[in-house]
Design a protein around this ligand. Structure first.
Ligand code: SF4
Length: 319
């Protein structure tokens, strides 16, 4: 890989064991080929192992989360008097400089340090799956809008597409900030992402648009973080097939004057077959792209709904 490739790739944080570093308690790793071979074509990775970083070596005693006075604390599995809670929180706090430079983070599921959700917390030796790894919990508290996902959940096509889409949007957000934030750029950003928002939740997407229009009285620096927080909250809502159908039909409306009867019927059939689960989302979108190449429309052509991420990732092929 050349330096130019590395620069163009989007930087993600990642639990070190997922890219094959032998940092697990037993000296092993949990290398994930999808992350390396497929995502690696578009993303570069900044690996970090919080347990190694706080000085736990390899091999080491495993740790687990235990409920103490209502809080989940990380203690040794055998030696419960060894408490690693504060070091794990502090090491996460100390990484903020590079956390600020990344556009997403892939963490190892089930880990008391790295897990994002449903990590076992022991209550009198009875596990409940309601914890968050202490390093990742601190990361999420410091950067609540940063896209974070577990490697296990990347096996689910909907969750995978949602995460990658949020990473690209988060990256575009920061590109916009770097170019200089003003009301015109924020309004344009919203317009280009509006249909994506509608595919997640039309009511909330419209509400965000109204709030943006009404916000011009206040300093943009005050409003922009709230906009990003609301945007990311909407994007985490499950994008239902019926919502995509509504968006596809809305887009089809822009071609009303341009298509002949058979083209219209073919497009209608394609959307209907997607609705029935007989075709993946990429099929009606590809057909729409074809028609908009012949009948350009600035609003649709600039909408990221039509191209949320590179086709080569094939994320729309499984939706
Ligand atoms: S602490 Fe995180 S990065 Fe380190 S081995 Fe455990 S899961 Fe992997």
């Amino acid at each position: 890989m050349s330096d130019a490739d590395t620069q163009q790739k989007i930087l993600l944080g990642i639990s070190s064991c997922l890219i094959g570093e032998k940092v697990r308690f037993d000296g092993g790793h949990k290398q994930n080929r999808y992350i390396l071979d497929t995502l690696g074509n578009y993303f570069s990775f900044r690996p970090f192992c919080p347990e190694m970083a706080i000085g736990l070596g390899v091999p080491r005693e495993t740790i687990r989360l235990v409920s103490i006075d209502g809080h989940a604390e990380a203690v040794g599995n055998k030696n419960a008097h060894l408490n690693y809670t504060q070091p794990l929180v502090e090491i996460a706090e100390q990484q903020q400089d590079w956390h600020r430079q990344i556009f997403g983070y892939i963490v190892k599921k089930d880990s008391p340090s790295c897990g994002m959700e449903r990590v076992r917390v022991y209550h009198n030796d009875q596990p409940q799956r309601n914890g968050v790894g202490l390093y990742t919990e601190t990361l999420m508290r410091n950067f609540p809008t940063l896209p974070i996902e577990e490697e296990g959940r990347l096996g689910d096509p909907v969750l995978r597409e949602s995460f990658i889409k949020r990473v690209f949007i988060y990256r575009r957000w920061h590109d916009m900030l770097a170019e200089g934030l003003d009301w015109a750029s924020l309004t344009d950003f919203h317009a280009r992402h509006k249909l994506i928002l509608y595919s997640h939740n039309q009511d909330l997407g419209r509400k965000l648009g109204r709030e943006l229009s009404a916000a011009h009285q206040q300093p943009i620096e005050d409003y922009a973080p709230r906009y990003l927080a609301d945007l990311m909250t909407i994007l985490q809502i499950y994008a239902k097939r019926s919502n995509h159908v509504n968006v596809l039909e809305h887009i089809r409306g822009y071609l009303k004057q341009d298509l002949d009867k058979s083209d219209k019927q073919e497009l209608t059939d394609s959307i209907e077959n997607y609705r029935r689960g007989l075709l993946p989302l990429i099929v009606p979108i590809t057909l729409l792209r074809h028609h908009f190449r012949r009948n350009p429309d600035t609003y649709i052509d600039r909408s990221y709904y039509m191209q949320p991420h590179p086709d080569e990732l094939m994320l729309l092929n499984s939706l």
